[in-house]
Write a protein that binds this ligand. Sequence first.
Ligand SMILES: *Cc1c(COP(=O)(O)O)cnc(C)c1O
Length: 452
Amino acid sequence: MQVKFLLKDSDIPKTWYNIIADMPKPPEAVLHPGTGKPIGPADLAPLFPMPLIEQEVSSQREIPIPDEIREIYALWRPTPMFRARRLEEAIGTKSRIYYKYEGVSPAGSHKPNTSIPQAYYNKMSGRKRIATETGAGQWGSAMAIAGAFFGLEVKVYMVKVSYNQKPYRRMLMEAYGAKVVASPSPDTNSGRGILAQAPDSPGSLGIAISEAVEDAATREDTSYALGSVLNHVCLHQTVVGLEAQEQMKLAGDYPDVVIACCGGGSNLAGIGFPFLRDKIAGKRNPRIVAVEPSSCPTLTKGVYAYDFGDTAQLTPLVKMYTLGHDFVPAGIHAGGLRYHGDSPLVSQLCHEGLLDAQAYNQTVVFQSAVTFARSEGLLPAPESSHAIHAAVVEAKQADQEGKQKTILFNLSGHGFFDLTAYDDFLNGRLQDYEYPKEKIAEALHRLPKVGA
Ligand SMILES: *Cc1c(COP(=O)(O)O)cnc(C)c1O
């Protein structure tokens, strides 16, 4: 029985898929944080090189992937897709469960799919240095590798709770040549401001983004890079879903449900958007499901409104599901899912009913992670484990309804640097956090006032 579906190097996609071309409505405008007026490409030039800005606003359906990037992709792409027969057996389901495995990349996640093109376009545009943030350290590692490949200096503002929980991620980034500081840091105005108010702040992605944006905006030679959320990041990640579509053909199957965890939305967009294209075209009707932590329930409990992407209100305003730009989520182990906002594209598609969202607590998520590790052998990242848990729930529900479903999920990364989280789970130290209703309500009071 076949469990592994492999493609050849020549099957690495030649174009990225841009869902903007097929969305029922065009994306909502991005607004200037000061004037509240729509911004144009020139406004983003201090932060990003022009080729990435062009991709950010493009409505061209297929965007060619330069050969230099495909050659680097070939170091780990095409990634394998597996049929999780042993997991199916372990949970006793009649449904078929498949997973696309992005943990084979050098950083151990899907993130290099975009760090490589981002470094490439920055290099081409003459930038010398990149400032970025990282939650759990996955994005920082991916950017550090890309910087090493293209000779760019990389400075990473790492969310403090992760900096302390995951020292090996920091060491990995440093091994690749990046400079790493715990955020909030004394290196920026935003960091110093937060430290003055809350010296023990665990940090958040929103705070780390403020620091990296400030760094990039105040240095001529430096660009800002974001590992998720933005349209060009979602675009780059579509190689995941495009490959998975070919692999589902090899399996002679098609998913009823496509599942991914959702922090900023990029791995969900990556696996989901190519399948959503089939749905929008009326060819197929897959359900696309975003899975988030109950302690940071952006799509399931947030509001769809204009908000800042960062805490210090430096970024443009984007319309997205948000919990409020100064909401600081509990220090769960899935650091990559601790973001107050979400990709504007994912948000809009969710708002229009084309994507579903679910939220789970971390202890049930880790139970499924361990079931998966003991049956399939791979140790999943805490983030990816949210997708595993949702797939297990989906399969069990189908069994109860007497149905047999085809379920595909994205295993966005491995958990080799997250062993403290497993240690906490296995020794009963892992804590669930109540839905932080009051904190969110309070943060939502501080949403910027703009006519939406
Ligand atoms: C960063 C990360 C995520 C969350 O980010 P998205 O942009 O929502 O994909 C999920 N899984 C892993 C392994 C990550 O590193």
